[in-house]
Ligand binder design. Structure first.
Ligand SMILES: Nc1nc2c(ncn2[C@@H]2O[C@H](COP(=O)(O)OP(=O)(O)OP(=O)(O)O)[C@@H](O)[C@H]2O)c(=O)[nH]1
Ligand SMILES: [Mg+2]
Length: 554
């Protein structure tokens, strides 16, 4: 480009446009003339106050909008700038340009046709639309001669912004839930990823979220910065605009840098499965011990994410359940978080000491303990309730139970055992949680027998079994004798149940059909007899004092 052309370009910066015009006739002409002369597209980024904020020069075909300076959106829906770009063949806006309109959330995208003499020809204008049933993200206004264009830019954009804000707010009110897009990126097959996303969707729904879209990418190597490739990332942003989603939930664990980078390009809140599970645990913890354990897990998750960026904190608090450890505790620096961790650990240790004493008393009574373990939502608490006529809370959602409950189970021959129900497991459980829940899981160590409950109607019972077995092995509990039982057999055909039982040498029951439970109770009695001899141990303590029937008190 020649020096005088560069000077002309430079001068474009200083120009102003009346606020009601998309572009003034004089400025339009300066652009079209220069564009024709240099044979390249020129783009002007114009603010709502009519100032030319940026001048972009591209090739004959297009501009690199990645150069577009990002003005922060804040709570606004639109960027507050429009892009007016010359089109040397007077062609309408292309698909790519319309995608850019969405990606950059421009107030408007206008293409200005240039005639052979370098004068403005037609103007083509497009704008975004609020989420709609047709999932259209933009609308193109009828094209026409630039000089005949009567669009009042200021009132049009103001009205549009109002519509867009109303659209996304009404969406949130309608659903009353956080709208999410679920994302999985890995080298695993599509089917595996999709089944994992189903589980993630279950977690999101149980945390009062709504799943609007899912995105799966199979990649040999994930993108180090964004996980997704750039094309997929654009797809995500477009899907978010179409559907009105405001939170991205990744099935894979994200590093703090990845969360930062992805939320910067997508301008959306980003969380991963770990944080989602932590949020769910936080909303479900009732007992003091449960609350302390969850807060500890959250703080341990937060600590490495505190490196100088305030956003990590606000994002944490804004998680799906909104139950972060609390801004007052977190707004301080790492040292205060560490202090809090120390305090909670001491508190937990004192709870554990009391528990230890309770357990010692219980063990002295020599009452055998059967601990129910298994994948979350398998029906563990339901089984405890029907077997012991209790009322532990049961719900069709993951991680309903976080605290251990112990109840007496009386076998037909009047012998008694203690049956305990505890927190459910799940594949890839965040390590912060297993560490923090150590004292709850510690109780399993006292069990004489583990009753591993599996949901026979689950999509992948084998995978659930191996996830549970993996966690038991990690906790060094795999040496305790274990009995496998398939629950919810009312939901599968007798043939399916029979195949599962044969394959795993297990029993089949339905907690909803008490008849099916009798053989299970007999097997438990028999198994304990095999392990401990024919009830000899218990017969020495026939007059056990009455045990309270509340959680933890057995
Ligand atoms: N159809 C059927 N549903 C069952 C059966 N047992 C439990 N359920 C249902 O499964 C859901 C989960 O039951 P819970 O007892 O809360 O499961 P859990 O294993 O304790 O779950 P967490 O505490 O969250 O780990 C509830 O909606 C129960 O009503 C069964 O035998 N058949
Ligand atoms: Mg339960």
């Amino acid at each position: 480009m020649k020096a005088n052309q560069l000077a002309q370009l430079e001068r474009l910066y200083r120009r102003r446009v009346p606020v009601e015009k998309v572009i003034s006739p004089e400025l339009a002409r300066s652009c079209t003339e220069l564009s024709r002369e240099i044979g390249r597209r020129i783009g002007l980024v114009i603010t709502r106050r009519g100032a030319v904020d940026q001048v972009l020069v591209g090739s004959i075909r297009g501009l690199h909008l990645s150069d577009l300076k990002k003005v922060r959106l804040g709570s606004r829906f639109l960027r507050g700038v429009r892009l007016v770009q010359t089109h040397l063949s007077n062609e309408p806006l292309s698909r790519e340009e319309l995608t850019e309109l969405a990606l950059h959330r421009l107030d408007l995208f206008a293409a200005l046709g240039v005639d052979d003499h370098g004068l403005p020809l037609d103007i083509h204008v497009a704008h975004l639309l609020p989420p709609n049933p047709q999932k259209q993200i933009y609308e193109i206004l009828p094209s026409g001669s630039f000089h005949a264009c009567e669009l009042d830019c200021r009132s049009f954009v103001e009205a549009l912004e109002g519509e867009l804000a109303k659209g996304s707010a009404s969406h949130a009110v309608e659903t009353g839930r956080v709208s999410t897009i679920l994302i999985s990126v890995s080298n695993k097959g599509r089917e595996v990823q999709e089944s994992r996303l189903e589980e993630l969707a279950e977690l999101v729904r149980s945390a009062q979220g709504a799943v609007l879209e899912t995105v799966v990418q199979r990649a040999q190597e994930v993108h180090p910065k964004y996980l997704l490739g750039s094309g997929k990332l654009k797809e995500v942003v477009i899907k978010a605009l179409q559907s009105g989603a405001d939170l991205l939930v990744f099935d894979q664990t994200l590093t703090p840098a990845q969360v930062q980078a992805i939320s910067e390009v997508t301008e959306m809140k980003v969380i991963d499965r770990t944080q989602l599970i932590l949020d769910i645990f936080a909303s479900r913890a009732h007992s003091r011990e449960g609350k302390v354990q969850v807060e500890l897990a959250q703080l341990k998750y937060v600590l490495p994410r505190l490196s100088g960026r305030h956003t990590a904190l606000s994002r944490l608090r804004g998680g799906i359940g909104g139950r972060g450890p609390g801004e007052t505790k977190l707004e301080s620096d790492r040292r205060r978080v560490r202090d809090r961790i120390g305090h909670l650990e001491r508190e937990l240790a004192s709870v554990a000491r009391h528990q230890g004493q309770r357990r010692a008393r219980r063990l002295r009574k020599d009452v055998p303990i059967i601990s129910i373990v298994g994948y979350t939502n398998a029906g563990k608490s339901t089984l405890l309730n029907v077997l012991t006529n209790s009322r532990v809370s049961v719900k069709d959602r993951p991680f309903e139970t976080l605290d251990t409950s112990s109840r007496r189970l009386r076998f037909p021959a009047e012998r008694e055992v203690i049956l305990t129900d505890t927190v459910g497991f799940m594949r890839d459980l965040p390590k912060e949680l297993t560490v923090a829940f150590r004292s709850t899981l510690e109780e399993l160590r006292d069990a004489d027998l583990l009753l591993h409950v599996v949901d026979a109607s689950a999509k992948d019972p084998e995978e659930q079994i191996s996830a549970v077995e993996g966690i038991l092995a990690d906790l060094n509990l795999d040496r305790i004798p274990c009995m496998l039982v398939f629950n919810k057999c009312d939901r599968v055909s007798p043939a399916e149940a029979a195949i599962l039982c044969r394959r795993f040498g297990a029993a089949a029951v339905s907690s909803f059909q008490p008849d099916t439970l009798r053989p299970l109770v007999r097997s438990l009695e028999q198994r304990l007899a095999e392990l401990h001899g024919p009830w000899a141990r218990w017969e020495t303590a026939p007059h056990m004092p009455e045990m309270p029937l509340t959680a933890h008190k057995a």
